[in-house]
Design a protein around this ligand. Structure first.
Ligand code: GAR
Length: 224
């Protein structure tokens, strides 16, 4: 059964850069398409455009400096403990990685099992990691795309929630392909958040099922 929430889902977004996926989620919330509230936007980069976007929309923005924890053997875990404190302080129910270019450790992963999502610009499990649009072109793929998945300790490895495919054109450069994929990212990430907020995602091992899919073919898997 869909869960009709009485209060908006409390979401935090972790982002390192441009923040266009953050913007897509802000826009979907402001348009009333997602029953959620972004209670914090956190970055490991002081000058991330994502933080500017947060401020522009009156959202709490927070830079947590990795240098504060550098030099200790558990620097990555210590960093994530600091983030976890913030997330817990704000009663965050769902964490969204949106261009967050820092590997999250077990500290965060275990605190947010099936409650932390990431968006990745490839059709996972093909091409985890970096420069994936170029890799798709170089492999001669005919389809590329993007994936929203739950976050586990393995990088880009968690259960897949939603994917969108785009064609790879002969004339594509990694930039043109990335731009075409990004349009789809902005469609599927808000959609995944909405499904979560509605209580419709069910995880069974590696598989994520969507409850109450409408018989009229509600788009769960989208391709263009
Ligand atoms: C997006 O393309 C996202 O899929 C990718 O970084 C970009 C961030 O853009 N994430 C990853 O590669 C994570 N493995 P944005 O800052 O404009 O949302």
């Amino acid at each position: 059964m869909s869960n009709s929430r009485t209060t908006p889902l409390r979401v935090a977004v972790l982002a390192s850069g441009r923040g266009s996926n953050l913007q897509a989620i802000i826009d979907a919330i402001e348009a009333g398409q997602i029953q959620a509230r972004i209670v914090a936007v956190i970055s490991n980069k002081k000058d991330a455009i994502a933080l500017e976007r947060a401020r522009k929309h009156g959202l709490k923005d927070l830079f947590v400096d990795p240098k504060l924890f550098a030099g200790r053997p558990d620097s990555r875990e210590a960093y994530d403990r600091a983030l976890l404190e913030v997330l817990q302080e704000h009663n965050v129910e769902l964490v969204l990685l949106a261009g967050y270019m820092k590997i999250v450790t077990a500290v965060l992963v275990n605190a947010y099992v099936n409650r932390m999502m990431n968006i990745h610009p490839s059709l996972l499990p093909s091409f985890p990691g970096l420069d994936v649009q170029k890799k798709a072109i170089d492999w001669g793929c005919k389809l590329a795309g993007c994936t929203v998945h739950f976050v586990t300790e393995g990088v880009d490895e968690g259960p897949i929630i939603i994917q969108a495919a785009v064609p790879v054109l002969d004339a594509d450069s990694s930039e043109t392909l990335a731009a075409r994929i990004l349009v789809q990212e902005h469609r599927i990430y808000p959609r995944a958040v909405q499904l979560f907020a509605d209580g419709r995602l069910r995880v069974d091992g590696r598989r994520v099922f969507v409850d109450n899919v409408k018989p009229d073919g509600e788009a769960i898997i989208s391709s263009v």
